[in-house]
Design a protein around this ligand. Structure first.
Ligand code: FE
Length: 176
């Protein structure tokens, strides 16, 4: 009788251990399924320098990949106020809506707001200045800088090179 009881207890114990082990293995499998590069990194457009050189014009390459700046008041979109969307000239990601563009007088296209999640900010201490650099979230292309002297409602000024952007007029906006 005691032997039988011991046997059945042992069996139950084995089943419990087995079940736990399976659950644990599944958890490990699930865990490894979500690990690895983050979603954000996976969405990035990665190209080699020679690929960028091939796909961009020399001016675009200088601004987007070498963090250059176009001369003030020379950019195509400085005094451009048509309705539409400004997209990254490197990867095509939409960055700024024409409704947020304003005439700052600084010599480059200025916006008081970027489309959500489209740009990234990095501290830039080059040329003896403390500035915040703006890059495209998708391809890391250099766009310009952001300052705290913009108009309402944000008080922010995104100062962006025209060469970093392509303009898509309103009529083509829905034809993606
Ligand atoms: Fe881009």
């Amino acid at each position: 009788m005691i032997k039988k009881l011991f046997k059945s207890t042992f069996k139950i114990l084995i089943i419990i251990i087995f079940t736990f082990d399976v659950n644990f293995s599944q958890q490990k499998i699930n865990f490894s399924g979500v690990s690895g590069p983050s979603n954000k990194e996976q969405k990035k457009m990665k190209k080699t320098e020679s690929e960028w050189k091939r796909t961009l014009t020399p001016e675009e390459y200088y601004i987007l990949r070498q963090k250059g700046t176009e001369r003030a008041f020379t950019g195509e979109y400085d005094k451009h106020f048509e309705e539409g969307v400004y997209a990254c000239a490197g990867c095509g990601a939409e960055l700024f809506e024409s409704g947020t563009k304003y005439n700052s007088g600084c010599g480059w296209p200025a916006f008081y707001e970027a489309m959500p999640g489209t740009v990234e900010e990095t501290q830039d201490n080059s040329y003896g200045m403390r500035r915040i650099e703006i890059t495209c979230s998708k391809c890391d292309g250099h766009l310009g800088h952001v300052f705290n002297d913009g108009p309402k409602p944000t008080g922010i000024r995104y100062c962006i090179n025209s060469i970093s952007m392509d303009f898509k007029p309103e009529k083509n906006k829905d034809q993606k």
